[in-house]
Design a protein around this ligand. Structure first.
Ligand SMILES: [Zn+2]
Length: 536
């Protein structure tokens, strides 16, 4: 997802399960969710019936799902009945946990369907509101764990499942949801039923439906995948124009990483609280992403990249969300580099480097920051721009061929599944044929970056430039530093020096007097630094 540059005031919400101590249940595996939902125009009350297919991996007598209880304001879900094999089963529902008590213990290997009937007004997760044109709309907005405000689920990315939505709505709505459309019928008076289903396993954070008045453009297919724009009718032409860039993004990532994992690529104007939300196969963008001025190429590229990184290969723990956000941010840079050349990449990386250094001043924490307990706080400059920067340095460290092979192997190995930083490291080590533990330790698990004070002087007699590099930050880093030396004739050469100590001196030979030096001319190092010439 992409945050807004100016973060809007968010509704403060209570996160029951602080990151990332989610109570995982290794005894069950959710295989499929069938979400039947009824929405209406007179109230914000929804009626739900979810059929959860559960595979039992151990013999147990009860299990729990996440589902928000009704709060003091009357918002939340009330469970009416739960059925197993047409029999009513007992349950308890408190502290946003729905405990289903099995009439008989189920054994390892049993697969059962539980039908949960419920209703209520969503506290969050399904945003029911008027859009900017005053039309009533419904948009799922689940990230990170807001699905359980309207859908009974294991609301954590570790347990992925396939899903389908059968939505009954007043007939003037058009309904989009995850997967492919199996049915759209007017049933009865002024009621429409729409059925969408995916056969690809997903985390709940990207399973959604949306209902609104839409203008829809089917833009054509890229490698057999339908690319679509779903926008408010009042924004029809501007929206079709702004979202058309998605086809180019899809083409680039399919070629660079792997075939696209989902049934369609719909780009949807919506009321999401984020700049863009990468819902699988139907990305929801914020309303004002549509301007008709084609200024959202980076945003679209980021959300399309998430279809591989985050949706299919997902973090296994919220503290490792940089595997979604850092990879999608750097994938966007790769897309822009491919489209506009290496100068564009350098400009973008330089911009992000400033942002990372500024962020460090107010929040000196590592990328994987296990002290974060409010999981919405994992969305920060470290996960996005710093994560992207680490990938950029890794690419320089191991070379383009190894880097891109590593990315493809990582995706191949963890698609439709979950990974931790160590899993990613091991794949990249195998691709590079070298140990990268030190690299990952210093850049991902430790905070900060080098702060360098560099001085130089030219020794006329020995015909060499003496360069002194001092690391001023507390903990020392080990890294290659490229130094560009310009002589008085205007000739330029770049030397690479290996830095690991507190203060090191290097001699660079040159027959002509040096007129200046520049650090990291090609923008490959995350650092800050000053350079000065000394008399000797
Ligand atoms: Zn993102």
């Amino acid at each position: 997802m992409r945050k807004f540059l100016i973060i809007p005031l968010l509704v403060i919400q209570t996160i029951l399960y602080a990151a990332d101590n989610y109570p995982r249940n290794e005894a069950i595996d959710i295989r499929h969710y069938l979400f039947k939902l009824e929405i209406n125009d007179s109230t914000n009350q929804i009626a739900g019936e979810t059929t959860v297919t559960v595979l039992f991996k151990k013999s147990i007598s009860d299990f729990e799902l996440d589902l928000t209880n009704i709060n003091a304001q009357g918002q939340g879900m009330k469970v009416i009945e739960i059925l197993l094999d047409q029999q009513v089963v007992k349950f308890t529902h408190q502290n946003d946990r729905l405990k289903i008590i099995l009439p008989n213990p189920l054994k390892e290997g049993d697969e059962k369907k539980f039908i949960i009937k419920y209703s209520g007004i969503p506290q969050d997760g399904l945003v029911i509101s008027k859009n900017k044109f005053g039309d009533r709309t419904f948009f799922g907005d689940n990230w990170p764990n807001r699905a359980h405000h309207w859908l009974p689920t294991i609301d954590h990315p570790y347990d992925k499942a396939t899903c389908e939505f059968i939505v009954t709505a007043p007939a003037h709505y058009t309904v989009i949801a995850t997967g492919e459309k199996l049915e759209e019928s007017v049933i009865g008076k002024n009621t429409k039923l729409t059925h969408w289903k995916t056969s690809v396993v997903l985390p709940t954070k990207v399973m959604v439906m949306g209902a609104a008045r839409f203008a829809i453009e089917y833009e054509g297919k890229v490698n057999g995948i339908s690319v679509e724009a779903w926008v408010y009718p009042q924004n029809r032409l501007e929206g079709f124009s702004d979202y058309a860039i998605a086809a180019k993004c899809l083409e680039f990532f399919s070629k660079t990483i792997a075939p696209y994992p989902y049934e369609k690529l719909a780009n949807v104007q919506s009321t999401t609280r984020y700049g863009g939300m990468e819902n699988a196969g139907n990305i929801f963008y914020y309303e004002n992403s549509v301007t008709g001025k084609n200024t959202i190429e980076g945003l679209v590229a980021h959300e399309v990249a998430h279809q591989w990184f985050g949706n299919s290969a997902s973090e296994n723990d919220w503290h490792h969300v940089w595997l979604s956000e850092g990879l999608s941010t750097y994938s966007t840079q790769l897309y822009l580099e491919n489209a506009y050349g290496s100068k564009k990449l350098m400009e973008e990386m330089e911009k992000d480097r400033k942002q990372v250094i500024n962020y460090f001043l107010k929040s000196p924490a590592p990328i994987v920051n296990t002290s974060i307990t409010d999981i919405t706080k994992v969305l920060n400059t470290n996960s996005y721009q710093k994560g992207s920067w680490i990938l950029h340095m890794l690419r320089h460290e191991i070379g383009d061929e190894n880097f891109f092979n590593g990315l493809r192997t990582y995706y191949k190995q963890y698609q439709l599944s979950n990974a931790m930083t160590d899993d990613f490291r091991k794949v990249m080590e195998a691709a590079a044929g070298k140990d990268l533990k030190g690299f990952f330790d210093q850049w991902i698990f430790r905070s900060g970056q080098p702060k360098l004070e560099v001085s130089w002087t030219y020794d006329q007699k020995r015909k060499q430039t003496r360069v002194t590099v001092e690391q001023k930050q507390a903990d020392l880093f080990t890294f290659p530093l490229e130094v560009e030396v310009t002589n008085k004739l205007g000739n330029v050469k770049v030397d690479k020096i290996d830095i690991s100590g507190r203060k090191q001196e290097f001699l660079i030979h040159g027959n002509e007097q040096t007129s200046g030096i520049r650090l990291d001319p090609a923008i490959w190092l995350l650092f800050e630094g000053t350079v000065k010439q000394t008399s000797k």
